[in-house]
Design a protein around this ligand. Structure first.
Ligand code: ZN
Length: 244
């Protein structure tokens, strides 16, 4: 039976400390997601390096007896300190939960890593972190191949639907809908965000007043299509509030 050591570089998207003082982290890396444990890590220098959203270079050791790789060393490659600000932190946390739910362990995706790293950078430095999080959530969905249907009514298939679909977060035609149509900016966003460049989307933000409806649609869509995004309900702003 052979053991092996490998170096991996990635961003901490999940972190948990066990009662025994082990730190279990999930990293998003260009080679996919990696879950590993730093045994007794909470009492050593790894504790501060293996923090949420840190970009770290880890040396992991895999033995045939353990399913979980052990972290031997971790070197901090980058930390976005402004993510500690409460508003930014909430959106960064939401993106991390989202990436964890969308991408599977061992699934190779350099693009997913780049997009996620770009989302964190945007959330850390842009004036409007909520808008970054909305745009990048839809871009991540697009990359995962899970795209809301916008060309046809999700219920009857009629073309060019313009109304919210409160159950599945897609779009309904006037005949199938119970809610009023979306405003033009929201419709434009839903129809185009996945294929539009991130830069172009950042330059034309949807007004604040229309965002709760977008979050609700995203929350419904993700719940139906992806499922287990555990803290999504608490993290998505106003998503759980009843429609006004
Ligand atoms: Zn319809």
């Amino acid at each position: 039976m052979r053991s092996r050591t490998a170096n991996r570089s990635g961003i901490v998207i999940r972190r948990r400390v066990t009662p025994a003082g082990d730190i279990i982290v999930t990293l998003l890396t260009p080679q996919g997601k990696l879950k590993a444990v730093a045994r007794g890590g909470v009492r050593g220098p790894l504790a501060s390096r293996l923090n949420l959203f840190h970009h770290v270079d880890v040396q992991v050791y895999q033995t045939p007896q353990n399913d979980l790789a052990s972290i031997r060393q971790a070197v901090l490659e980058g930390a976005l300190t402004t993510l500690a600000e409460p508003e930014r932190y909430a959106f960064a946390h939401l993106m991390a939960e989202f990436a964890d739910a969308l991408f599977q362990e061992g699934e190779f995706s350099e693009q997913a890593f780049e997009l996620f790293a770009g989302a964190l950078r945007g959330i850390s430095r842009q004036d409007d972190p909520e808008w970054v999080a909305l745009v990048m959530s839809y871009k991540l969905l697009g990359l995962a191949g899970i795209v809301p249907q916008t060309a046809r009514c999700a219920r009857c298939g009629r073309p060019e639907p313009t109304h919210p679909d409160p159950l599945a977060g897609q779009l309904l035609c006037a005949g199938c809908a119970a809610l009023p149509a979306y405003p033009p900016e929201t419709l434009d966003f839903l129809r185009n965000v996945v294929r539009r460049s991130v830069r172009a989307s950042f330059e034309s933000p949807v007004p604040d007043t229309q965002r709760p409806a977008l979050w609700r649609a995203l929350e419904r869509f993700v719940t139906v299509q992806v499922g287990n995004v555990r803290s999504w309900q608490q993290l998505v702003p106003a998503a759980t509030a009843p429609p006004v």
